[in-house]
Design a protein around this ligand. Structure first.
Ligand SMILES: *Cc1c(COP(=O)(O)O)cnc(C)c1O
Length: 435
């Protein structure tokens, strides 16, 4: 059993510095303490406004000014505890909004209202935890298969559930190596297969091919009742359905569940996600009598604000708005990739993805300034709604300026990325000399 560190992105594991904030004791005699709180908050907000222009390395859509309208909801503590389809004993929940959002996604992913079950999670990670759990309950003793480029939450789930996991090789694009999948399926033929496929890998934005995975299963003699497919669509789940010629993500194919992050492409001020599975499957999850409902969700209390924000955002954008967002992000990603290549910088962009992978900058200050993450010689920009041409241009200008200093003498050269993004995308001097 191996757990790759490949997708555990370096910068996020560093310990935090500069923790200089403490709780301020209220002082009844003077107003100074409340002024101090105001000042701290104002400074914090100011820094957020500033840093927003430099937020290009992680996939968060932060353009949703209209959510100010929803601010009055903050007067209430809304808790959607347990199953969204069962009655809550208290009125302070938003399960009607939650079901409206779930219905919308069920329609998008082509499953009938009375055939799906789902809930609004705390994020893509919880969706993955749930999807794999449903798979395990249906197929006890099943083995997880996940590509090395899968999100770390998949490996976390395997550890938590003490399940065996087979890590699959990936192609240069970041997609599953389907041949390796076949080899490993044949090796473990005696165990059911629980397969995670990525609709947009975290680092390269690669989209696995559901049809090829199903073909591999059939080829290796796995019948329909001996496999479970979970689709981790955290990143591209709301891009792919709106792009012409992209393969549809649909429950008409033999998949068990799909999960997506709500705060990524769609945008939500609170981390959240959507998890949808087949209704017939969830009955096998254990039932706990606690709050007059059989709780088959992962968390206990759940955020009741998130469903309202999602409902509002989806209603404001509609299919047309999401289509426009997807198109714009892919075009802007194309623009960034073309500009990088034109400047002689190795770069790659997968089809139907807005993640531009390119040469890792040399300087830590630059990486911090632009809030980039990196993996061996690579970094990426995930083009989200709100990342305008102006932001991209300002990034490119900064990069070109700094790059002159990094590579001014012959001794330091940009890294060779032929193995990481393909020799056709690599423009390092070694590649140029040899091809
Ligand atoms: C971001 C991401 C996740 C985790 O989503 P969270 O909402 O951060 O929990 C899972 N899978 C993929 C492919 C991701 O990119």
């Amino acid at each position: 059993m191996t757990f790759p560190t490949k997708s555990e992105i370096n910068t996020s594991s560093l310990p935090r510095k500069n923790l200089c904030l403490s709780v301020v004791e209220p002082n009844i005699k003077d107003k100074a303490s409340s002024q101090e709180l105001d000042m701290i908050l104002t400074q914090y907000l100011e820094s957020l406004y500033q840093r927003k222009k430099y937020h290009i390395g992680y996939p968060t859509n932060m353009s949703y000014e209209h959510h100010a309208i929803l601010a009055p909801l903050l007067q209430f503590s809304l808790n959607n505890c347990g199953d969204p389809f069962t009655q809550s004993p208290v009125d302070f929940h938003s399960k009607d909004f939650e079901i409206a959002v779930l219905d919308w996604f069920a329609q998008l992913w082509e499953i009938e209202k009375d055939e799906y079950w789902g809930y609004i999670t705390n994020g893509g990670t919880e969706g993955n935890l749930h999807g794999l759990l449903v798979g395990r309950e249906l197929l006890p003793g099943g083995m997880i298969y996940a590509s090395a480029d899968s999100h770390c939450s998949i490996f976390k789930a395997a550890r938590m559930y003490r399940m065996e996991i087979e890590t699959l090789n990936t192609l240069v694009s970041g997609e599953i190596d389907y041949e390796d999948l076949r080899t490993k399926l044949l090796l473990n033929q005696n165990k059911p297969a629980i397969i995670n496929i990525n609709i947009g890998t975290t680092f390269k934005g690669a989209i696995d091919d559901i049809d090829l995975v199903v073909q591999a299963l059939e080829y290796c003699g796995y019948s329909n009742d001996r496999y479970y497919i979970h689709c981790d669509a955290a990143l591209c789940g709301l891009i792919v359905p709106f792009i012409k010629h992209a393969k549809t993500i649909t429950f008409k194919k033999p998949i068990g569940s799909i999960s997506i992050s709500g705060h990524k492409f769609l945008g939500c001020p609170i981390p959240c996600g959507i998890q949808i599975t087949r209704k017939s499957y969830v009955n096998s999850l254990s039932k706990v009598e606690y709050i007059a409902s059989a709780d088959i969700t992962i968390s206990g209390s759940r955020n009741g604000l998130a469903p309202i924000f999602l409902w509002y955002n989806l209603s404001m954008k509609g299919h047309a708005g999401l289509k426009q967002d997807s198109k714009m992000c892919i075009e802007n990603a194309q623009y960034l990739k073309d500009r990088l290549l034109k400047e002689g910088i190795s770069a790659m962009l997968n089809e139907f993805s807005s993640t531009v992978v390119f040469e890792r900058p040399c300087d830590h200050k630059f990486i911090r300034r632009w809030q980039l993450c990196y993996l061996s010689g690579m970094t990426h920009v995930v083009v989200m709604p709100g990342i305008t041409r102006e932001i991209i241009d300002s990034f490119l200008n900064d990069l070109m300026q700094e790059r002159k200093n990094w590579y001014q003498d012959e001794t330091t050269q940009p890294p060779c990325l032929a193995d990481d993004i393909g020799s056709q995308n690599c423009l390092c001097s070694y590649q140029k000399m040899h091809y």
